[in-house]
Ligand binder design. Structure first.
Ligand code: THU
Length: 128
């Protein structure tokens, strides 16, 4: 199964009763292992966790610190995730914590680097 197919599989576990928008992510660590994430919503709305950050939390909690690529798919429940579902701004910054400029972000139709989706970004090196 390629990374996009794994993201589709991860999307099956999305918990999105409020938006009905189901997102799945498959994150490839430099170790070769793949970590899955799905969005997890909350009745209080703001605690909602995006699929991408769920995948990163799983990977980092397992001891991973270096990553090559992530595939992300999203669509309304019952629809095929064939259109691009770009990561939100918070997720882009979250990726930036662990990923270099050339980190690959694979969407349903297009593939980007992190630097393309988050140019002129703030990172830990800016803390001095
Ligand atoms: N969502 C993600 O999981 N990832 C994103 O980057 C964009 C948005 C989720 C959050 C919420 O559960 C639903 O999609 C609608 O915004």
């Amino acid at each position: 199964m390629n990374l996009l197919e794994q993201a589709k599989k991860a999307r099956e576990n999305a918990y999105a009763p409020y938006s009905s928008f189901q997102v799945g992510a498959a994150l490839l660590a430099k170790s070769g292992r793949i970590y899955l994430g799905a969005n997890v919503e909350s009745s209080a709305y703001s605690p909602t966790l995006c699929a991408e950050r769920a995948a990163f939390a799983a990977a980092v909690s397992a001891g991973e610190r270096e990553f090559s690529a992530i595939a992300i798919v999203g669509a309304k429940r019952g629809e095929e995730p064939n259109e691009d579902c770009p990561p939100c701004g918070v997720c882009r910054q979250f990726m930036r914590e662990f990923c270099a400029d050339d980190f690959t972000i694979r969407l349903a139709k297009h593939t980007y680097t992190l630097a393309e989706l988050l140019p002129v970004s703030f990172g830990k090196e800016n803390l001095g």
